[in-house]
Design a protein around this ligand. Structure first.
Ligand code: ADP
Ligand code: MG
Length: 614
């Protein structure tokens, strides 16, 4: 029988190898960028067209190649980076297999221009499908430029397999990020279809991240530093509040090489435990340095997975380092109401039943009357310690308050709203600050006050609605065009039981039928567009609250309306609005909690702050 085994021709072998190395344009980008880095380039330019399908070009200012090396670089297993098998265990370069250029040349039109510094002229080689088409001398700058055109031109199946340009470009950018983030000491730029997508100048690691991901990144980063005998860690984690829903920015670099490791990822997540909202993922940029002899990068052809000798130790060190950083930068949930409300609720008051503070109103006060600069300010207090919420405000007021004889009367914000608007003097000294469109920060004598705007407003509205329903009728705004709302019988029945109270708050029904209502008037605090939502929410709350007495029904109604109408987290408030809210809150009967008994604010004393600086 005749021999049937044959050696595959080189170009076929190369094509098969190419399948392993080059899955998509991004793989070419990775190989070319890594070669440029291995050539000690300090400036690297990446140019792509049509997501790399038409052109991928990398230009570097590295050491270049001699005529012979230029020719040899396209041979399989041609590498300048290892000489013996042992070298594999002490790698300091990105490439070592000597098959990237050979593989790429097998499946694309490749053009190489390269020159070494000591040479006068350079080499220009064209290769198509592993065939050298031309080789000539060329005038070219120091370094190397490689263009890869028409990728997979001779493997239509692979070419058709490529994803849309958007997807392939995304892959290229990811690859570019991975390389650029690992080497902030190298200048990188990326041009896509003729326009510059990135220009990353030489910088430190932090600045590289900011240049890559945008200026907002800076404030999100918490540095991580750790050095032990086996492992050095540096880099950053992203503060938990900026965690993403999608698994976005998770970067591990080992010895300046991007790697994927679900094991190490798990370790970082363990450090974040309890700090992330459900379904969000920690982001991190962590640079690990280990002895090259303790890792094996050779297990994966595209080299993004590596094996560590002592994974368990790395896991533990990494986790504690990240945890430590998160703790040090005080990302622990100190300001989280749900967690530590006892600790944060400011005074011994919290378990006592609330009493209305003693109030004296300055009935002679005229908001339109000009005040002398040294004159009394809108709120003054009898004694500093009469009630704890009052004491919160001591120190807030203008220093011009001055003499204690002026602490003779107190009048309430609810009575003097107009004042807030007219008394500029007080405004200057009453400094509030809105944090994350969620909290209002206010200085008080003992330190600072952090108010949850949504909760505070709920308290205010709740008391207003209660008052309206039980004491006085609210003003209703008449609608030019009545609003018709559809409800099912069940819902109408619920609404019916609440109708009298609703009318007290300002709702006016022009029709009340089996399948819906028509509103002819609504409370002044409600806008047209809110009306239906407010009623729907109310019906829902009523159905879930089982009202059994008139009182609890009123209470439920007030709570529900307050919840629906309270300003939201995320809403930006002007200084005036902030102050107004603060003033109104402390004019409430029970300013410390929401109608559902959650804290509306916390205080942080200077003592607390001092401790944090120890
Ligand atoms: P490897 O990087 O694994 O050695 P490659 O096929 O990527 O294999 O490259 C083959 C060789 O070509 C490299 O070892 C290097 O000597 C040379 N080479 C490739 N790209 C460059 C470049 N941009 N500058 C200088 N030399 C290069
Ligand atoms: Mg290489």
């Amino acid at each position: 029988m005749a021999d049937i085994i044959q050696l595959l021709p080189d170009h076929v072998a190369n094509q098969i190898a190419a399948g392993e190395v080059v899955q998509r344009p991004a793989s070419v980008v990775k190989e070319l960028l890594e070669n440029a880095i291995d050539a000690d380039a300090t400036v690297i330019k990446l140019i792509i067209k049509d997501a790399g399908k038409t052109l991928i070009q990398v230009i570097d200012n590295g050491k270049g190649m001699s005529v012979t090396d230029a020719r040899l670089s396209f041979e399989r297993h041609a590498t300048s980076k290892i000489k013996a098998a042992e070298d594999l265990f002490n790698l300091h370069t990105k490439g070592f297999r000597g098959e990237a250029l050979a593989s790429i040349a097998a499946i694309a039109h490749v053009e190489l221009k390269t020159k070494q510094q000591q040479d006068e002229i350079g080499t220009h080689i064209k290769i198509e499908g592993s065939e050298v088409v031309s080789q000539e001398v060329v005038v070219t700058p120091n370094g190397t430029s490689i263009s890869v055109k028409n990728l997979f031109y001779n493997i239509p199946a692979r070419r058709n397999f490529l994803k849309s340009n958007t997807v392939e470009t995304r892959h290229i950018i990811d690859e570019f990020h991975r390389v650029a983030l690992a080497h902030p000491n190298i200048e990188f730029s990326l041009y896509n279809n003729g326009s510059e997508l990135f220009h990353l100048p030489v910088s430190n690691y932090r600045q590289r991240l900011v240049n890559t991901f945008g200026s907002k990144t800076n404030e999100k980063l918490v540095p991580v530093e750790e050095e032990t005998e086996v492992l050095k860690i540096s880099g950053f984690v992203v503060k938990p509040e900026f965690a993403k829903k999608t698994r976005g920015e998770q970067f591990f670099f080992v010895n300046n090489r991007f790697i994927k490791s679900s094991y190490l990822n798990h370790s970082v997540n363990a450090a974040f435990e309890g700090l992330l909202k459900p379904n969000t993922h920690a982001s991190y940029f962590l640079y690990l340095t280990v002895n090259p002899k303790s890792i094996d990068i050779n297990i994966h052809p595209t080299k993004t997975e590596i094996k560590f000798d002592d994974e368990h130790t790395l896991y533990a060190i990494l986790r504690s380092a990240v945890k430590h950083s998160l703790g040090q930068f005080n990302i622990a949930p100190v300001l989280d109401f749900e967690h530590d409300s006892n600790l944060d609720t400011p005074y011994s008051y919290q378990n006592k039943t609330a009493q209305s503070p003693m109030v004296e109103v300055d009935r002679t006060f005229n908001p339109f009357k000009e005040e002398k600069p040294s004159g009394s300010v809108k709120q003054t207090y009898k004694k500093q310690n009469t009630s704890s919420w009052e004491s919160l405000y001591v120190g807030l007021e203008s220093k011009s308050n001055g003499d204690s004889e002026e602490f003779s009367e107190l009048h309430f914000e609810s009575e003097d709203e107009a004042l807030t608007m007219f008394n500029d003097q007080a405004k200057e000294t009453q400094k509030t600050f809105q944090l994350k469109n969620k909290y209002i920060i206010n200085t008080i004598k003992s330190g600072m006050l952090v108010i949850d705007q949504h909760r505070a407003h709920q308290r205010i509205l709740y008391e207003e609605f209660l008052q309206q329903i039980t004491i006085k009728e609210a003003i209703s705004q008449q609608l030019l065009f009545p609003i018709a709302l559809h409800f099912d019988t069940q819902e109408i029945r619920v609404l019916e039981t609440l109708k009298p109270q609703l009318e007290q708050t300002g709702f006016m029904f022009s029709k009340f039928e089996e399948d819906g209502v028509e509103l002819q008037g609504i409370p002044t605090s409600v806008t047209n567009s809110q009306a239906s939502f407010v009623l729907e929410q109310l019906i829902h709350d009523a159905q879930h609250e089982v009202p059994d007495s008139h009182f609890s029904q009123t209470d439920m109604l007030a709570k529900s309306l307050a919840k629906s109408l309270a300003i939201r987290t995320g809403q930006q408030l002007t200084n005036e609005e902030q102050e107004h809210l603060v003033n109104k809150l402390f004019a409430c009967k029970e300013p410390t909690t929401t109608p559902t008994n959650k804290p509306t604010f916390i205080t942080m004393n200077v003592d607390d702050l001092d401790k944090k600086f120890m």
